[in-house]
Design a protein around this ligand. Structure first.
Ligand code: AN0
Ligand code: CP
Length: 331
């Protein structure tokens, strides 16, 4: 068993096959460990909006018998300064460096949602806010989408891929499922956390993984080293079993550093529609949600029986239950 004090990267989960076995066990009986969290409190700290993460992680904690406190930093808490060394003469009333140890006083585990600011690449990619929670809260912490990663989503996606794979382990035909991560257009600049984690997890899993995006959208090698990148979306889609669509802004790798966090393209020819799906091996469509219809994907594709967006969201409860269970077992 892995003794988890922090959950950010795929390695934090240890052996992935074991984690998938545990996910299946939880899914078969999600209340199996319903006394594990008795008198333990989860604090969920949101610096950004959420629907799925908020509900599924709270449900997961309840499955384990935990108490839950949710703090929306931007709705009722003091405005927090996150940078050190500033003169706080503006609108921020409190510094994160006091707020974090205070939060740690009232709970046993902390989940953090803190998106990339998309202005300072070094700050975002250093996972500054997350590591401050790790260092100053005195409690185990886990990412609920931080600046560069969204591991609860990637774990749920892996569970979903493995559940819907026609080539399960030991099937003998030696073919791995082909999983394609495709960039798609979006009107607002979005972080790279979801594609970073998805790539990291798929590379660690037993799948044939391909990434496709317009030039300039290359993801950080920290997450995608060794991945096949195919700039021709049609070629990438050929023979695919799973199409995972997501928008992300310029990661500052293949594009100019000063373009980090900017929108480089809104090319609607990348929107996943029925014609795109016809290039695949009758692929399943996946997206972490929330999704903008007509931009990322067309109505018919997301509504098709091959779409997995709802099962993916449902598996967020499972991934969160496994992660919280492991954190509790390590306490
Ligand atoms: C966020 C993102 O792209 O990171 C959250 C996705 C789970 N999406 C939006 O802000 C629309
Ligand atoms: N997929 C996901 O994390 O959704 P929310 O932003 O609604 O939590």
């Amino acid at each position: 068993m892995v003794n988890m004090k922090s959950f950010l990267n795929v390695e934090d989960l240890g052996d992935l096959k074991e984690a998938l076995r545990e996910a299946a066990e939880i899914k078969a009986n999600r209340y199996k460990y319903d006394t594990l969290g008795k008198n333990k409190t989860l604090l969920m700290v949101f610096f950004n909006n959420s629907l799925r993460t908020r509900l599924s992680t709270q449900k997961a904690a309840m499955n384990l018998g935990m108490n839950v406190i949710v703090l929306d930093v931007n709705a009722g808490a003091w405005k927090l300064e996150t940078e050190r060394g500033v003169i706080m003469d503006g609108d921020k009333s409190e510094h994160l460096l006091e707020a974090i140890p205070v939060m740690g006083c009232y709970c046993d585990v902390i989940g953090i949602r803190s998106f990339a600011g998309l202005t300072d690449r070094e700050y975002d990619y250093a996972e500054t806010v997350y590591h401050q929670f790790e260092k100053y809260s005195g409690k185990p912490v886990f990412a609920m989408e931080t600046a560069t990663v969204h591991p609860l989503q990637a774990f749920a996606d892996l569970i979903t891929v493995s559940e819907h794979s026609e080539y399960p382990e030991g099937s003998g035909n030696g073919r791995k499922p082909k999983v394609v991560l495709t960039w798609a257009p979006h009107p607002r600049a979005l972080p790279q956390a979801v594609p970073n984690s998805f790539a990291q997890w798929m590379l660690a899993a037993d799948v044939d993984f391909v990434i496709t995006h317009p030039e300039g959208y290359e993801l950080d090698p920290k997450f995608v080293a060794g991945a096949r990148v195919e700039y021709d979306q049609r070629k990438a889609f050929e023979g695919a079993d799973f199409i995972y669509a997501k928008n992300w802004s310029c990661p500052g790798v293949g594009c100019h550093r000063e373009d980090y966090g900017k929108i480089l393209s809104k090319d609607m020819s990348w929107t996943v529609d029925a014609e795109h799906m016809s290039w695949t091996n009758n692929a399943h469509f996946m997206h972490c949600l929330p999704v903008r219809r007509g931009m990322i994907v067309t109505d018919d594709v997301i509504e098709a029986p091959t779409s997995l967006v709802i099962p993916e969201a449902a598996n967020r409860e499972i991934s969160a239950t496994v992660v919280l269970k492991r954190i509790l077992q390590g306490m």
